[in-house]
Design a protein around this ligand. Structure first.
Ligand SMILES: Cc1cc2nc3c(=O)[nH]c(=O)nc-3n(C[C@H](O)[C@H](O)[C@H](O)COP(=O)(O)OP(=O)(O)OC[C@H]3O[C@@H](n4cnc5c(N)ncnc54)[C@H](O)[C@@H]3O)c2cc1C
Length: 454
């Protein structure tokens, strides 16, 4: 076994919520690690104005996941929290977690992993921006997947400001949006939030929201409770659960057309949920207008797919993110051009079994505490209490898991890594039990071989 200069077995890239909860799990198991964080603090995306420029938090951002769904199982959120905390509370919660479990001293801040290369025969050479290269037995990638903005490429030239939602902080930062004619592209969660905020009469001259297709805009609440607490339980057959949930959604919010929105070409929950309390009212009040996709740009005009033209000063593209691993030079360790990146239990790439991806899923309702669960597999594997199945079995499991998880969604790059959190955790537990038996059997076999050799 090889190790780093300081003797650590594992390298963790990133100390956002996925990285630091993995660090905690390894610490609990006595597995030595180095955790490198490019920024000067933990928190990743939830560190507002993160000096790395990698946080997409805007000043008004509240998480769309309710507090008890996002909390870590061994570190509950404070009792006095609102249902949907502001980003500042999220960041404080993360900092409190790190202090509580004594993790800060185990994280090397202000240090970026610039390259990670797998050695022949396994193990990793990890190069830091300090110029140093260290050797590890295993690598944990927790670098997040909401920091590399995906910008559409429109034909033509735009004379106004064209920006990604990643750079939006407030109606006054990075530019003063007062009196501006603004087109927000996309109806995901950031698009809905930003359009709702800018469409206040005291801010934009007008806001248009451009989208390729109509979207079901869901409420954060159902029957007076956070809607994500009412998600269908994992024991319920998927089709039945989905049918019930769709009926309830339609009954409670009605038709999108009645709010002045385009008719969705799909059922509710066939897309990653777009959730907003404000957006429906803003649209129905005429404060914003939904329009089709942008076809081209021409000076101060935005030309739409239906031939209409809008005079605009600003285009804000809330068009999502690429999965990116800039420290890998091996193309096999990058997603394909359709944004697909198949992984066993969304953690392990078959054939590269000393590499673990944490939080690399679009889990509904949350990613925040996903790695807390995933790290059980990683720690078990490294501690020898869990054993992966064979490569063929992993590939088969990926196919069947993806078929089950993705069936409800329409085919699009944004839906390639969707999972239902509760079902995922249930399946992961089963896999941990199975892998525990495999590890036990393997230990028995090797004991027999050892005894036989005497
Ligand atoms: C606007 C917005 C709203 C969101 N709302 C929700 C929500 O409502 N609910 C939800 O569950 N999720 C939401 N998310 C998703 C969000 O990504 C997760 O909540 C969470 O931040 C994922 O944590 P992470 O640790 O995986 O990644 P990140 O938070 O991105 O952290 C990654 C960390 O890795 C560090 N890093 C990256 N590369 C390197 C390197 N090479 N070397 C060293 N350090 C490195 C970064 O500096 C960062 O600190 C939202 C995302 C956005 C953009």
């Amino acid at each position: 076994m090889t190790s780093s200069v300081g003797g650590a077995r594992v390298c963790i890239i990133g100390a956002g919520c996925s990285g630091f909860t993995t660090a905690k799990r390894l610490l609990d198991h006595g597995i030595t690690f180095d955790c490198f964080e490019a920024s000067d603090d933990v928190g990743g995306n939830w560190y507002y104005k993160n000096p790395t420029g990698r946080s997409a938090c805007y000043e008004s951002l509240h998480i769309d996941t309710s507090s008890t769904r996002l909390q870590f199982e061994d570190f509950p959120v404070p009792d006095d929290w609102p249902h949907f905390p502001h980003h500042s509370l999220m960041h404080q919660y993360f900092r409190d977690y790190v202090e509580h479990f004594g993790l800060r001293e185990h994280i090397t801040f202000g240090t970026t992993v610039t390259a990670a290369r797998r050695r022949d025969g396994g193990g990793w050479s990890v190069t830091l921006d300090t110029g140093e290269t260290r050797e590890y037995e295993a690598l944990v990638v927790a670098n997040g997947h909401h920091w590399d903005p995906r910008l559409p490429e429109y034909p033509g030239r735009f004379d106004g400001v064209l920006m990604h939602s990643h750079d939006y902080r407030s109606p006054f930062d990075p530019i003063d949006m007062r009196g501006k004619r603004i087109v927000v592209v996309g109806m995901g969660n950031s698009g809905l939030d930003i359009a709702s905020e800018l469409s206040h009469r005291s801010i934009a001259d007008h806001v248009w929201v451009s989208a390729r297709r109509g979207v079901w805009v869901l409420s954060k609440y159902r029957e007076g409770k956070p809607a994500d607490k009412m998600m269908m339980p994992p024991w319920m057959p998927r089709k039945l659960g989905l049918a019930i949930a769709r009926r309830k959604i339609k009954k409670s919010i009605g038709r999108m057309e009645d709010y002045g929105l385009p008719t969705p070409d799909h059922e509710p929950l066939s897309a990653h949920p777009s959730v907003s309390i404000d957006f429906l009212a803003k649209s129905a009040s005429g404060d914003l207008t939904c329009v089709p996709a942008i076809e081209s740009l021409d000076g101060d005009r935005v030309r739409l797919a239906d031939g209409r033209e809008i005079e605009a000063d600003v285009v804000v593209c809330a068009t999502g993110y690429n999965m990116s691993f800039p420290f890998f030079d091996d193309p096999a360790l990058q997603p394909d051009s359709d944004h697909r990146f198949p992984l066993f239990k969304r953690i392990v790439k078959p054939g590269v079994e000393d590499l673990f991806f944490m939080g690399l899923a679009q889990a509904s309702p949350t990613i925040v505490n996903l790695a807390e669960q995933q790290s059980k597999l990683v720690a078990g594997l490294l501690a020898g209490t869990y054993r992966l199945p064979g490569r063929g079995d992993m590939e088969e499991a990926i196919r069947s898991d993806d078929a089950a998880s993705l069936a409800q969604y329409y085919d699009a790059p944004r839906h390639t890594i969707q999972v239902d959190f509760a079902r995922y955790v249930r399946d992961l537990k089963r896999e941990l039990d199975e892998g525990g038996k495999r590890a036990g059997a393997a230990a028995g076999d090797s004991a027999r071989v050892t005894v036989g050799a005497r």
